[in-house]
Every structure is written in C-alpha cells, then in structure tokens.
Ligand binder design. Structure first.
Ligand SMILES: Cc1cc2nc3c(=O)[nH]c(=O)nc-3n(C[C@H](O)[C@H](O)[C@H](O)COP(=O)(O)OP(=O)(O)OC[C@H]3O[C@@H](n4cnc5c(N)ncnc54)[C@H](O)[C@@H]3O)c2cc1C
Length: 461
C-alpha cells in the first residue's frame, strides 16, 4: 500500500457520508471484528458505508490510492475475507434497508442485512427465500457464494432466487446485473463471490413459507452413530423436497430436553425441517425415530424464524474456527466409516461434523446456468473445527485436515467456496470446475486489475 497522507484521508472523509475509521479512532476495533477469532487483521482505514454513493466513493478511493481492498458484509466468512491488513475495508454492515413487495413476492435487501434481518422482514408476510442456518450470517457473502439451508431442497440455492444485484464495479460505476442487464456479470455474481464488484442491493424471489413449520432435533448416543448415519444416508436419498434432515456429530450441548447426564457426552443428532403441512411431515419423519434409541427429542411446530436461530448459541462469534469441507453425491459406506472414525476423536467439545443434505431443487438447475455449479452435490460435509484458546490451534486444525484427507477419495468434484478456509486458495479453481474459465473472462472484463482480490480469488486472464 502507498503511505497515505493525513490530508488525503481527511479529504476522503469530507466527501464520504459515513464514518471513516483510522486505527486510533473510537469504533475502529468494533468495525474490524469478524466472526472467526482466528483472524486478527488491521486495516489502515475502514470506510463504513451508508449508501451506494458511499460505496462508489470508497471503491474509487481504494483504487486511486492503490490500496488493498476488502469488503465486509456480515463478517462471517471463515477465511476472514471481510478484513485485510493495512488496506481499506469497505464496511457495508450498516446498510440494512429491506423492502418487501408482497404482491410480486420480491425482497430488496441491503448488503449489511443478516439472515435474521431478512427472515424477520419476509416472515411478517409469511414469505421467505432459502438462506443458511445461522441467523447472524450476512445475506451478502452467503448469496454471492451460493447459499443453502433448510428450504433449499424445495426452493433451490439462495443464488437460484436472486433476481438482480445492484453493484459498484472496479471502475466506480453503478451497474445492475440481472438476466436482462449485463447477463455475463449476473452469471458470475451468482456464485463468484465478491470478485466483480460491491453489491449494494440484492433483489430476491420470495416463497410462501410457514410462518410455522415442523422442525427440531432428535439426539442419539454416539455409540449408535453407525446405525444412525447409515440409515440417514439411505433415508435422505428418497425424501421429498419439502423435507430436510441434516446430521451432526458433536458433544451434547446442555439442551433442556436432554438428561443432564448426557450434557457434554458425544452424540449424533438429526436436525429436521419440513416445509409443508406439519401433519404430513410428522408421518414422514416417524421412521427417523427407529434409527436408534434416542436420548431425547424436541420436534414440533414452531415459527420458521425461530428455527432459523436454533443453532445460533452454538455458533456465536469470538471462538477460533478452522473448517474443511467436501461435497458428496452419495454417502457411501466409506464416507460413513471415515465420519465415524473422526467423530470418535473430536478434539474439542465445540468441534462438529456437519452433514447438510441439499439436492432436491438445487440439483435441477443446469450446472452452467451460473457460476455456482456444484449441482451434483447432494450432501455438503463441513468438518467444523471450533475451539477456544490459541493453545488448541494445532491439535484441532490437524484433526480437521486429517479428516478432510481421509474423506477426499469419496468426495465429488467441486467444493463450496463459502466453506473454504484461508489456506485453501489452491482449491478455488477446483471448487468452480468447468465454470472457472468463464469466470476468468468475466473477471477480466469487470475487474482487470484485480481490485477485489481479498476473496476466493478469480484471477483476471
Ligand atoms: C456459523 C456459520 C454458519 C454458516 N452456515 C451456512 C449455511 O447454513 N449455509 C451456507 O450457505 N453458508 C453458511 N455459512 C457460510 C457463509 O455463507 C459464509 O461464511 C459467507 O461468506 C458469509 O457471508 P458474510 O456476508 O457474513 O461474510 P463476509 O465475511 O462479510 O463476506 C464474505 C465474502 O463476501 C464478500 N462480500 C461480502 N459482502 C459483499 C458485497 N456486498 N459485495 C461484494 N462482495 C461482498 C467479502 O469480501 C468476502 O469475500 C455459515 C458460516 C458461518 C460462520
């Protein structure tokens, strides 16, 4: 980075609508915080935007001053790509406007909104679009990388529901990307991360959802994991699109419906959501109870917006996190064997093995329809290393890496870029597969100097 003169910073501050934080300013440290406590980067400046015009000013300033530029939406990215050392952080976290057009089932969402913000606004009208499972995640980063959650089997990936994105590209121009306006940019934006510009407003398709849904948890002892996992693998192959069941191996949190003696013990849990008539859902999920002899369950009809927040306490910010993930077409006996082997040696009470079922509608979109191309991924397994102290770093990371290597032979092509850790830059091309070549062309057109490179980077041609 070039050394900035104080006068240059002051001039920028005078032209910018929001606060511009330097390291000694009150508000600087709060603004640079992100979800993963493993990442501790200190930008030279943080430009906290309040409008699309602020974003234009920040992009122009970063480019003209040859600064490294990072973009912060919800700050949840595991690789810490919201924040950079010594550069300019464009902080969008305050841009939280949301408008819901009930008649046309559309939502217009600001880039600082969390999933909780979006769900709350849309659920007031009994509407939703598929989002992730931790409500403090940012809509922006989740959408730009693909996005999946409880509703994805029925309504597709989050990007499948993106209608348009208003953006500021590297040249500082405000541009719209949609099926009819700059379709190449729209193609790349749906899965290509923040590589092509800063999105200032997302337009989404909404669907009638709930507002109450059948959802909840069934918790089995880990010594029954072989049976639970094997049956989960078969059951999820044929379940209807309305039903979603995910599997988690971890130590039991102190959930009130579990006996105290189980708290802290290794368990395997099924997380269930039925996006349809609860009576039908009850019948469909009945067989899950025979997967083992459960410690307990908490399944019932509850507001969808509450279920969207059910995992928040286990995924709060401030912990140290390192993730590795694979996509699978099928959970074969080999995958089950490896998951059991590493489930037995979880290195911290906060570590988890998470197997998300996607498939359904996510697999019915052509693989080249947009940059997100992993349409054969019926399961995404996230080896979720999570712990509290730096002293545990090496042990926990080694566990995640060893598990990743052991499961690799059974994984499909592609990977979910939103789950890549900071040391996985060499997996970006693999993650996109055939789409990568076209992404390079779009990058070359919209960001030839690679201004936006603090991300899962697509390098210009
Ligand atoms: C606890 C937890 C649970 C998760 N669960 C799910 C899940 O269920 N499903 C799922 O699909 N994903 C899930 N994720 C992954 C999540 O999708 C990614 O972490 C995503 O990057 C978060 O977006 P963000 O806006 O919060 O992150 P940020 O760190 O702010 O941004 C992520 C990336 O997007 C870029 N970016 C952000 N905003 C913009 C913008 N407006 N314009 C251009 N680029 C931008 C950033 O530069 C960065 O590269 C989860 C993550 C966490 C930590």
């Amino acid at each position: 980075m070039t050394q900035l003169q104080q006068g240059t910073i002051d001039t920028f501050r005078g032209q910018f609508g929001g606060p511009v934080f330097e390291p000694t300013d009150a508000g600087y440290h709060e603004a640079r915080q992100i979800w993963n406590a493993m990442i501790d980067r200190k930008p030279a400046l943080i430009a906290q935007c309040h409008s699309a015009e602020d974003v234009v000013a920040a992009v122009n300033f970063g480019r003209d001053q040859s600064m490294l530029v990072s973009i912060k939406g919800g700050g949840h990215n595991i690789a810490g790509n919201a924040v950079c050392d010594d550069g300019l952080m464009i902080d969008l976290s305050q841009m939280k406007d949301i408008e819901v057009d009930v008649e046309n089932r559309r939502a217009f969402v600001g880039p600082g909104c969390t999933l909780a913000d979006f769900d709350a606004a849309a659920q007031m009208h009994g509407l939703a679009t598929p989002l992730g499972i931790n409500s403090t995640t940012g809509v922006a980063g989740l959408t730009l990388g693909g996005g999946f959650g409880w509703l994805s089997r029925k309504h597709g990936m989050t990007v499948d529901n993106l209608i348009s994105a208003d953006m500021v590209t590297a040249n500082g121009r405000q541009t719209r990307a949609s099926a009819t306006e700059n379709p190449d940019l729209f193609w790349g934006t749906r899965g290509g991360g923040g590589n092509f510009g800063v999105v200032t407003r997302f337009e989404f398709q909404l669907h009638p959802v709930g507002p109450e849904l059948l959802s909840g948890l069934m918790v089995f002892p880990f010594d029954q994991a072989q049976s639970v996992l094997t049956q989960f693998a078969r059951f999820t192959e044929t379940m209807p699109d309305e039903l979603n069941v995910w599997l988690v191996i971890r130590h039991a949190p102190p959930l009130p419906f579990l006996p105290e003696s189980v708290h802290g013990e290794p368990i395997v849990a099924l997380a269930i959501c039925y996006a349809g008539n609860p009576e039908v859902g009850e019948k469909l999920i009945a067989p899950l109870r025979s997967f083992g002899d459960a410690h307990g369950e908490h399944v019932g009809v509850q507001p969808y917006a509450n279920w969207q927040q059910a995992f928040d306490p286990l995924l709060a910010d401030g912990a140290r996190n390192y993730w590795k993930s694979h996509n699978f077409v099928k959970l074969t006996d080999d995958v089950v064997r490896v998951a059991l082997e590493f489930g037995e040696k979880l290195p911290s009470p906060h570590c988890e093995i998470f197997i998300a079922s996607i498939g359904g509608q996510t697999g019915r979109v052509a693989h080249d329809a947009m940059a997100y191309s992993s349409r054969d991924a019926n399961y995404v397994m996230n080896v979720h290393g999570r712990w509290e102290t730096p002293g545990e770093d090496e042990h926990c990371r080694q566990w995640a890496r060893a598990f990743f290597e052991a499961a690799k032979p059974y994984a499909s092509g592609g990977a979910y870029i939103n789950f890549l850790s900071h040391d996985e830059t060499e997996r970006v091309e693999f993650a996109y597969g055939d789409a990568y070549k076209r992404l390079v062309e779009v990058k070359q057109k919209y960001d030839p100097e690679n201004l936006f490179r603090v991300n899962q980077n697509i390098r210009p041609g």
